[in-house]
Design a protein around this ligand. Structure first.
Ligand code: ARG
Length: 481
């Protein structure tokens, strides 16, 4: 039988104060190396910036700096090539790397941690990691937005039913519908870029919580690591994770938008609606029903949205009970954060591809659904209103027209003029231009409207606005009015 206390306390970095080792269970319970090792690049980068600053400030000898740089280069290679021996005994990514450094270069490795704590170290690592993550997510959002604009341009004049309450409401174009999602994802990109500004501040220098007694130069470290500024308060720097929470909130919104799009794709793909075809590479079959083609990608994305929203709630809950400053609770920030980032980027990657070349509109099916739903009823009411009838009375007259058409089993545009005249004497031969889908679309000719001309113009503006948001120098909203 192995003893639960088989490890000598002295192997730990803090061993000096301890007389008893932790049990294997506690070791496993408190360790984070299995998941925080993915921060290794950031950890090395942050350590090198710290060491260079220490040397510049005369806190570290230049020979020690050279040794640290040499050791870190070796460690970098070892990890990259899978030859690094990660040890759960060394708790986390920081201790694993530091111990290895000391093994490689001796006392210089032990001097690296001067004026620093794992508390400001880990906060720095996460911010560096997340900053790259945001940049990747924004690039993917850009690809998705471009795909939606492309679809909008191709389908600017393709009529489809617009729905409210999932009932056919009014004709819109498929292009207009795609641009609605463009708007959502453009705001998502704005939100992520805004959140990036608050991620991009340097915690190092806060040390454990109160700062350090060494004459450090935080601005130098910030500049070397590409941070815009330093975190101004040492307690806040090591303890808050609001930047991570913000990122998860922004991600949960992206996923919510993806989920709404997914829900529509699933509906549109049912043979009942058949508005779109989704390329086979995004679908799977059934193991028992040979005829099936299931929209797995949209369904999974819809499902994964719950997971990301869950991570947001987890991080909010993690934070809410913590007194200042650092508490070990914060170690629990990583798995939700990493999984949010992975889920978000995977989802965006597959959606950018699917919306670029995996979706084909089926205009015949859309038109058939329009014919079924009295989609031009509002246009008939507007027609009567233009002829002088108060809108409420027009609404009432058209309601009766729908009833008659329903009884006869025809669309409004198929009702004979005589039947329409019975409902209102104001109706004349010119009504039929209004009752066609093309007429209804062309009539909605203003900024934000669905007429094909407006959709084409909106797509052009969308490209400019996307560039503006990505360059951070232009408002994301419509043309200046
Ligand atoms: N693995 C720890 C974390 O993720 C690093 C910081 C540990 N600090 C400490 N005082 N125990 O938060």
């Amino acid at each position: 039988m192995t003893s639960a206390f088989s490890d000598p306390a002295s192997q730990y970095t803090w061993g000096g104060r301890f007389s008893e080792s932790v049990s294997d269970l506690v070791k496993r319970y408190t360790a984070s190396v299995s998941f925080d090792r993915r921060l290794w690049r950031q950890d090395i980068r942050g350590s090198l910036a710290h060491a260079r600053m220490l040397a510049r400030q005369g806190i570290l000898d230049s020979e020690d700096l050279v040794a640290i740089e040499r050791g870190m280069a070796a460690i970098h290679k070892e990890i990259e090539t899978g030859r690094f021996d990660w040890s759960v005994d060394l708790e986390d990514v920081h201790f694993n790397i530091e111990k290895r450094l000391t093994a490689l270069v001796g006392d210089a490795g032990k001097r690296l941690h001067t004026g620093r704590s794992r508390n400001d170290q880990v906060a720095t690592d996460i911010r560096l990691y997340l900053r790259d993550g945001v940049d990747e997510a924004v690039l993917l959002l850009r690809a998705l937005c471009e795909a939606l604009i492309g679809l909008a341009e191709r389908e600017a004049a393709t009529p489809m039913p617009g729905f409210t309450h999932l009932q056919v409401a009014q004709p819109i174009t498929f292009g207009h519908h795609m641009l609605a999602y463009f708007e959502m994802f453009l705001r998502d990109a704005e939100r992520l870029l805004d959140c990036r500004r608050r991620i991009n501040r340097l915690p190092l220098g806060a040390a454990a919580l109160a700062g350090t007694t060494y004459p450090i130069d935080r601005a130098m470290v910030a500049a070397e690591l590409g941070f815009e500024a330093v975190c101004e308060n040492s307690l806040d720097a090591v303890s808050d994770r609001d930047f991570a929470i913000e990122f998860c909130a922004a991600s949960a919104l992206v996923m919510t938008h993806i989920s709404r799009l997914s829900e529509e794709l699933v509906l549109w793909m049912t043979p009942r609606m058949g508005f779109v075809r989704i390329a086979d590479r995004f679908c799977t079959g059934s193991s028992i029903m040979p005829q099936k083609k299931n929209p797995d990608v949209p369904e999974l994305a819809r499902g994964k949205t719950g997971r990301v929203t869950g991570h947001l709630v987890a991080l909010l809950t993690l934070m809410k009970g913590q007194p200042l400053a650092y508490n070990k609770d914060n170690q629990e920030d990583k798995e939700p954060l990493f999984d949010t980032l992975d889920t978000l980027t995977d989802t965006l990657r597959v959606f950018a591809d699917m919306m670029t070349s995996g979706i084909t509109a089926r205009p015949e099916a859309m038109r058939a659904a329009l014919a079924d739903g009295f989609a031009t009823a509002t246009d008939l009411a507007d027609y009567l209103t233009r002829k002088g009838l108060p809108f409420r009375d027009a609404h009432e007259a058209v309601g009766r027209a729908v009833k008659v058409a329903e009884e006869l089993g025809v669309d409004l545009s198929e009702l004979p003029l005589s039947a329409l005249k019975e409902l209102s004497p104001l109706i004349e031969d010119d009504v039929f231009a209004t009752l066609t889908v093309e007429g209804a679309l062309a009539a909605r000719d203003h900024v934000g409207g669905t007429s094909p001309g407006q959709v084409r113009a909106a797509a052009i503006r969308a490209r400019e606005r996307l560039t503006g948001v990505l360059n951070g120098n232009s408002p994301a909203y419509t043309q200046s009015l």
